[in-house]
Design a protein around this ligand. Structure first.
Ligand SMILES: [Zn+2]
Length: 333
């Protein structure tokens, strides 16, 4: 994927392609410490790593500057453009960024129904495929999801599309379920492009779930919505990790249907996992075969983006995911 363009807006001139809304107003927010250490991640495609290393070099430079700056600041110092009390506290695992940070509490965003509807219509093929009754339900759920999350944007400007579409990815995944919230996730961090994780090793990421925090590259996230049938959607991928964490690791507000059907997914999934490791079977990426969590997350991407292919190759697995999520994507061949 070429990385020489940015969809992010620098605050001057034309809005980036795909984005209609004006930047979000900066709003006051208080960040709490995040103290989870579970680490799960989605690497950039290895094919992207060559240009990614250029980005990496630049970020390491920024990181060094930020580290020097944070050493100079006292812990009580505050700054309108960088309201973090100290990056060390926020990211004990060591992810660091140098851009300005803006935090928007979802409960204060108050998007109107027409605004949300317009954004979803423009970007979400899934939403556009719903009947009017379900569209209304989709918007109500998305609104509710937004109110429970703080969106931390690591750049100069943020857009209404960010909270709306990221929440819409969560609602798409859980649309057939009774429970659709992530009460243990307080923050979603949004970076303009690939970002750098430095623990346990330095690497380029386009999304990851670290404990109860979701991190996303906005560029890659939007690409997932732009191409709804290429089998890649980093938003759905990270949400798959997040809901697994919510429903199984915390056990709080777990969806009964999801939990009850997961053993069947484990069963059929393990067979497919082993089969996909054989040369010649390549519906899944090598990354998905790294471990079963990645296999789960990529299964969700394929389920929504290539349902007919999944059904043809692995009908049992396809049917199991339909049951697990209580929804049936259009899988006509
Ligand atoms: Zn992953």
């Amino acid at each position: 994927m070429p990385q020489d363009t940015t969809i992010y807006w620098d605050g001057e001139g034309q809005l980036p392609p795909l984005i209609d809304s004006l930047p979000l107003q900066q709003q006051k927010a208080i960040l709490h410490r995040i103290h989870d250490h579970k680490w799960d991640e989605h690497y950039s495609n290895p094919m992207d790593l060559a240009p990614g290393f250029v980005v990496l070099a630049i970020f390491i430079l920024f990181f060094s500057i930020a580290a020097i700056r944070s050493n100079k600041k006292t812990s009580s110092e505050s700054d309108d453009n960088n309201i973090l009390p100290g990056n060390d506290n926020l990211y004990p695992e060591g992810v660091q960024f140098a851009n300005a940070v803006h935090t928007y509490r979802g409960s204060e965003l108050n998007f109107s129904l027409p605004e949300m509807s317009r954004i979803l219509q423009k970007h979400s093929a899934y939403y556009n495929g719903l009947n009017p009754f379900d569209k209304e339900k989709f918007i109500q759920r998305t609104r509710k999801f937004i109110t429970q999350i703080s969106f931390v944007i690591h750049d100069k400007s943020g857009f209404k599309e960010m909270p709306v579409l990221i929440s819409a990815a969560a609602i798409q995944l859980t649309f057939g379920l009774e429970k659709f919230l992530l009460p243990d996730f307080d923050y979603i961090h949004i970076y303009p492009e690939e970002f750098i994780g430095v623990h346990p090793t330095v690497r380029v990421l386009e999304g990851n779930v670290s404990g109860n925090t979701i991190n996303l590259s906005w560029k890659h996230f939007l690409h997932g919505f732009q191409c709804p049938d290429d089998g890649q959607n980093v938003g759905l991928h990270e949400m798959a990790h997040a809901y697994y964490y919510q429903f199984f690791e915390t056990g709080r507000q777990a969806d009964k249907n999801f939990v009850a059907a997961f053993p069947a997914f484990n069963n059929y999934g393990n067979k497919v996992f082993q089969q996909e490791a054989i040369p010649g079977f390549d519906l899944y990426s090598d990354y998905a075969l790294k471990n079963f969590q990645e296999f789960w997350a990529e299964s969700i991407e394929i389920f929504f983006e290539k349902p007919a292919t999944l059904r043809t190759h692995y009908p049992d697995l396809y049917n199991t995911i339909c049951t697990l999520l209580s929804q049936y994507p259009n899988a006509k061949t």
